[in-house]
Design a protein. Structure first.
Lengths: 295, 203
């Protein structure tokens, strides 16, 4: 990869910087800790396998379990509503007794009259939780790592990533329309991140490959206006240039090719030069045509 | 029988790989991982962890707890996606690409990136011709580490892979699933940004 600046002094400084970067020390990882991590890793992986098995089992009885859960929920809701009605009706009757008991210091009994039974469970105290965590520390850390390695349940970012992955899959499978649609969803989720930038670019490419040249032209224009400093800007400019040339707009195409002439990518520069030459020929042809006759 | 099964499947054979894990190639270990052999995963872990640790320290900074979590998450992901290894690059490069994806998720919200920029802005720029050169070098290393953290993910992974880990452009582009031209552009951008960050402390 050649990245030699025009000023040799800058090149020297650049090489020196990379040399220092290559020597950046990493923090030590003691052998004992590495062994512990190895054990944790294998525990995590074994946990993964058992989860897979249980998911497969759950899938088999999915329908039956759904009906059972729904009926239990329904029954539970009915029971809770009935209990609530009984409690609300009984509350005025219990109140005098409650007041008397409160005066007598029997506050615990008063709880029977409270409509919501959200009692703090004596067993689930912070200290007890901490004990449980320390007992099962390896397991919880494994879950944490699993959560980190799997796509998290975040709101729109995850959706955008899923949409991007679908778009990528569709693009690879040759379903360009579906790819463009998926990339559109991914690009719309966030404006200022690399995912939406990539999605915006590939959406335009998908339109182009689908033969929807008008939409591809618009999409490339949108990409360039949204991310003018993108590292794909040169590539997008060239592709847009060819689309414009195809549509017969040689001057605009030439402008697009011209903007990609100093792109760092050799292939992009080559395409831009070829495009400029083609646009020039097209303009010459138009110039040699006789002017339209005025009626 | 075994030959028939392995025919046409060079990297992911349809049978358990024989032999001691320490004697097996990286590719064979990964193939065994794809078949669910946890011993092979352990052997691959032993073999790759020092390289991965260094790679991740350049990608995600030098906080030990985070690095430990990232190493673990990377190997969980390696175990999950071992079957998808196509052999377009070495196993080490492929593991680095997996680690880069894990790091991307970990640093996704860019809050940390901005925090690194802030930290960088607070670090003093060493004046030229300072007599205490070791101190200056230390400052430079500190600034360089923070500057690496402050680079956008795509630029950072390209720079770390090709410039710092000496992985060839073709291999890096293959495992990152990007055209080579795009990779070179990113490296170019990354070098410029890194220099600007170190010298001026700004993006």
């Amino acid at each position: 990869v050649s990245d030699a600046p025009a000023d040799p002094r800058l090149a020297l400084r650049h090489e020196a910087l990379l040399a220092v970067a290559r020597r950046l020390p990493e923090p030590p990882l003691p052998e004992a800790r590495r062994e512990e991590m190895r054990t944790e890793l294998l525990a995590t992986v074994l946990g993964l396998r058992s989860n897979k098995r249980s998911r497969a089992l759950a899938a088999r009885g999915k329908g039956r379990r759904f009906l059972l859960t729904a009926s239990l929920l329904f029954a539970g809701a009915g029971f809770a509503a009935a209990a609530w009605r009984i409690t609300v009706r009984a509350a005025p009757a219990l109140e005098p007794r409650g007041a008397a008991l409160r005066a007598a210091g029997g506050a615990a009994t008063l709880r029977t009259a409270e409509p919501t039974g959200a009692e703090p469970d004596a067993e689930v105290q912070p200290s007890a939780l901490a004990d449980a965590v320390s007992r099962d520390q390896m397991r919880s850390r494994a879950h944490h790592r699993l959560a980190m390695s799997a796509p998290g349940p975040g709101p729109s970012q995850s959706e955008a990533e899923i949409a991007f992955a679908r778009g990528w899959g569709a693009l690879g499978a040759g379903d360009f329309g579906a790819a463009a649609e998926a990339f559109g969803r991914a690009a719309g989720a966030h404006r200022e991140n690399t995912l939406s930038e990539d999605a915006c670019f590939w959406r335009a490419v998908a339109f182009d490959r689908a033969g929807r040249f008008g939409e591809a032209q618009t999409a490339f224009g949108e990409f360039l206006s949204r991310y003018p400093r993108s590292d794909r800007a040169g590539e997008a400019s060239v592709m847009l240039g060819w689309l414009l040339l195809r549509a017969g707009d040689a001057p605009s195409a030439a402008a697009r090719f011209g903007s990609a002439l100093d792109d760092p990518g050799e292939r992009v520069r080559g395409s831009a030069q070829a495009g400029l030459a083609a646009a020039g020929r097209r303009q010459d042809q138009v110039g040699t045509l006789p002017p339209p006759r005025a009626n | 029988m075994a030959d028939n099964q392995t025919k046409g499947a060079k990297l992911v054979p349809l049978r358990r790989v024989d032999g001691l894990p320490t004697e097996m190639s990286d590719e064979a270990l990964l193939a065994a991982c794809a078949l669910g052999d946890s011993a092979a995963l352990g052997a691959l872990y032993d073999r790759m962890t020092p390289h991965l640790w260094r790679f991740l320290s350049r990608m995600a900074g030098n906080r030990v707890e985070e690095l430990e979590d990232l190493v673990q998450a990377t190997f969980v992901a390696v175990h999950r996606s071992a079957a998808s290894f196509k052999g377009t690059a070495s196993v080490r490069t492929w593991v680095f690409a997996v680690a880069a994806n894990v790091t991307r998720r970990y640093l996704r919200d860019e809050v940390r990136r901005r925090a690194a920029v802030d930290r960088l802005a607070r670090l003093p720029i060493s004046p030229a011709g300072r007599p205490d050169e070791s101190m200056e070098k230390q400052q430079l290393m500190l600034r360089l580490r923070e500057a690496l953290s402050a680079l956008p993910h795509d630029l950072r992974v390209s720079l770390v892979m090709c410039d710092l880990e000496d992985i060839s452009g073709r291999d890096a582009a293959a495992v990152l699933s990007i055209p080579e031209g795009t990779l070179y552009r990113r490296i170019h951008e990354a070098r410029r940004a890194l220099r600007a960050l170190v010298e001026a402390g700004q993006l």
